[in-house]
Every structure is written in structure tokens, then in C-alpha cells.
Design a protein around this ligand. Structure first.
Ligand SMILES: Nc1ncnc2c1ncn2[C@@H]1O[C@H](COP(=O)(O)OS(=O)(=O)O)[C@@H](OP(=O)(O)O)[C@H]1O
Ligand SMILES: Nc1ncnc2c1ncn2[C@@H]1O[C@H](COP(=O)(O)OP(=O)(O)O)[C@@H](O)[C@H]1O
Length: 236
């Protein structure tokens, strides 16, 4: 009986994997004797199949600023129009992949580095990847921007004053932090560095003081993604 690879190659379905010009293994970070393997199906081929372009939509903002709500609303809107998405959310990822990390500056940095790498893997597969983390440090967000690649990284700043976040306080964490029962809480006794070059800024209120709903905020993002060509396949 013929093996699967020889059958595939007989029908012209198997392509030889391309190998990197460097044939010997090398060291990267703490890993020794490793080698990058090229030859996966190109991102553009996957994007053409899905009729979309892979990207990372990176929500940043204080706890309670609406990151998860808007990311979730946007994901449903994208799914309704047949788009393939992934949603990475701080609280959820801290249940698994990053359950060994806390909220020190070093742990927050590692949290964002790992999520940055995971989101790049998704985006390189052509998936519209929504990422919702406080990500308080500008340097960490900029590192992810560089890794993912300018043009595919869309930073979304949830520009919501702490007074509104604190008023919402859905988990009661601001109350706890104000009472001194929760130390190192972002915005209270831990820093949040506002983005200076976010692609999209979402505010909670209009200049006239009218509240902006999550649906309106997600709609603005949908318009942005459409205008930048992420909701259509790659141009030939
Ligand atoms: N000390 C402290 N500071 C800030 N937030 C805290 C803290 N302790 C627990 N939480 C809860 O954890 C959620 C934030 O996790 P993230 O992974 O997004 O944080 S970070 O990006 O690493 O800063 C955050 O969730 P969101 O409210 O969804 O932002 C909080 O519920
Ligand atoms: N645009 C909005 N207008 C009013 N309330 C909102 C809006 N966006 C989110 N909320 C509410 O604010 C609270 C915090 O939202 P959440 O998405 O959990 O924030 P984050 O993920 O940034 O911590 C929730 O109770 C949510 O329903």
C-alpha cells in the first residue's frame, strides 16, 4: 500500500518544503541548536481562502474601560459577516497559558510578550485576532507592534477616564484597591501609560457628554478594518 505522502505527491498535491539557506542549527534566546523551518502554506494563500487579512486588533485600557465588551461585540459582528476570528482576553488567558504570572511589572511584561507571540501566530494564519489586555506599558505594546509588523497591528486605546471605570467597577476591584485590600492595581497604585500612536481611540462619551454604546464603538472598529482592507482577501 502506498504511504500518504507518496499518494499526495502522485496527485501533485505535495510540495517540497523550502529550507532556509542556513543549514546548521543555531541558538536563539535560551534555546540552543534550533533551526527555523520555512515552507508552511503562505499566509496569503490562507487569507485568499478566508477572504480576509490576518491582523492583531490590540485593545488596551484600564480595568473596566470596556476592552472585553467591545472585543466580544466586534467578534460577533465579524462572525456574522463570515469572518474567522480569535479572541484572547486577559482574564481568560490568565486561567491557562499565563496562570503562573501575577501583576508585578516583570510578570505583566511577560504576559504581554507571550500574548504578543500567540497573536502573531494567529495573524500569520490569516485570522483576525482580537486581544484584550490592560497592557499598561508602552514599551511592551510597541514590542508587539514590531513583532507583528506595522500595518497588521491595530492598537485600540479605550480612552475612558478612571472615574467612569471606577463607577462601573463590575468586579468590585476598584473598591478593594481604594480600601487598600488589593495592592498594585492599575490606575490606583500601579501605572498605566497611555498610547501616543494608537490607530483607533474609543471614548466612552461624545464631547457633548452623550454615552457611546459598545455597539457604536465596535461599529467604528468594523469601519476601520473594512477601510484598511482587512475584510477582503489579498489583492492579486
Ligand atoms: N493588580 C491588578 N491590576 C490590574 N488588574 C488586575 C489586578 N489584579 C487582578 N486584576 C484583574 O486582571 C485583569 C487584568 O489582566 P491583564 O492580563 O489584562 O493585565 S496586564 O495586561 O498584565 O496588566 C483585570 O481584568 P480587566 O478588568 O478585564 O482589565 C482585573 O480583573
Ligand atoms: N460603551 C460602554 N458603555 C457603557 N458601559 C460599558 C461600555 N463598555 C463596557 N461597558 C460596561 O463596563 C463594564 C466593564 O467592561 P469590560 O468590558 O469588562 O471592561 P474591561 O475588559 O476593560 O475590564 C461592564 O459592566 C460593561 O458592561
Amino acid at each position: 500500500m502506498q504511504s500518504a505522502p507518496s499518494l499526495l505527491s502522485r496527485f501533485g498535491l505535495l510540495r517540497p518544503a523550502m529550507s532556509r539557506s542556513l543549514s546548521t542549527a543555531y541558538d536563539v534566546g535560551s534555546s540552543t541548536n534550533i533551526k527555523w523551518h520555512e515552507g508552511a502554506v503562505p499566509t496569503e494563500t490562507k487569507e485568499a481562502t478566508m477572504k480576509q487579512r490576518g491582523c492583531v486588533v490590540w485593545f488596551t485600557g484600564l480595568s473596566g474601560s470596556g476592552k472585553s465588551t467591545v472585543a466580544c461585540t466586534l467578534e460577533h459582528a465579524l462572525a456574522d459577516s463570515g469572518k474567522v476570528t480569535a479572541l484572547l482576553d486577559g482574564d481568560n488567558v490568565r486561567h491557562g497559558l499565563n496562570s503562573n504570572l501575577g501583576f508585578t511589572a516583570a510578570d505583566r511584561e511577560e504576559n504581554i510578550r507571550r500574548i504578543g507571540e500567540v497573536s502573531k501566530l494567529f495573524a500569520d494564519t490569516g485570522i483576525i485576532t482580537l486581544v484584550s489586555f490592560i497592557s499598561p506599558y508602552r514599551r511592551d505594546r510597541d514590542r508587539v507592534r514590531e513583532r507583528v509588523g506595522q500595518g497588521r497591528f491595530i492598537e485600540v486605546f479605550m480612552k475612558v477616564p478612571i472615574s467612569i471605570c471606577e463607577e462601573r467597577d463590575p468586579k468590585g476591584l476598584y473598591k478593594k484597591a481604594r480600601a487598600g485590600k488589593l495592592k498594585g492595581f492599575t490606575g490606583i497604585d500601579d501605572p498605566y501609560e497611555e498610547p501616543t500612536n494608537a490607530e483607533v481611540v474609543l471614548e466612552a462619551e461624545t464631547p457633548e457628554g452623550k454615552r457611546i454604546s459598545p455597539e457604536e464603538q465596535a461599529g467604528k472598529l468594523l469601519d476601520y478594518l473594512r477601510s484598511k482592507g482587512f475584510l477582503a482577501g489579498p489583492s492579486k
